[in-house]
Design a protein around this ligand. Structure first.
Ligand code: HEC
Length: 125
């Protein structure tokens, strides 16, 4: 094989490899969380003075249950429990799902990404 042809193949392989990594990265729940939620929310359960409440141990938790965090009345009185369906409704369009809530968030993720992020988040301690 001529060196130039070999190089062309090599660069093609590298491009495909990088492409796969970027794609895998976009499609990881953790990366999506870091990009879309991490600025306002921590994981775990202790309030650390971020804008939103901590999101650890979310699965089957009553909405508005973190002691010491000042929730909106809408969220405190919602009677919601966090499961995959409620979380997906909340993330897809918070204002439509629960009017007058205080989460200032517009979802720019695809439905697939939102689902992946939701499934990942509900497994976090
Ligand atoms: C701009 C800041 C901000 C961003 C970004 C944000 N949130 Fe929130 N989130 C909040 C605030 C503020 C509340 C409290 C809302 C209320 O009291 O009505 C909240 C509440 C929540 C709750 C309810 C928790 C509980 O204890 O009942 C969940 C679940 C949640 N957010 C998930 C997410 C996820 C997942 C993302 C990323 C896709 C996200 N949020 C992005 C600010 C944010």
């Amino acid at each position: 094989m001529r060196p130039s042809v070999y190089l062309a193949y090599l660069s093609m392989a590298v491009t495909i490899l990088i492409g796969n990594c970027v794609q895998a990265n976009t499609l990881s729940g953790e990366a999506l969380y870091d990009a879309a939620c991490g600025a306002c929310h921590s994981l775990g359960t202790s309030t650390d003075h971020r804008i939103g409440p901590p999101l650890g141990t979310l699965l089957n938790r009553q909405a508005g249950a973190i002691q010491g965090y000042r929730y909106s009345e809408a969220l405190s009185n919602s009677g919601w429990t966090w499961t995959l369906p409620t979380l997906l409704a909340w993330l897809s369009d918070p204002d439509a799902a629960m009017p007058n809530n205080a989460m200032n968030y517009v979802n720019h993720l695809t439905a697939t990404e939102t689902q992946l992020l939701g499934e990942w988040l509900l497994q976090q301690p």
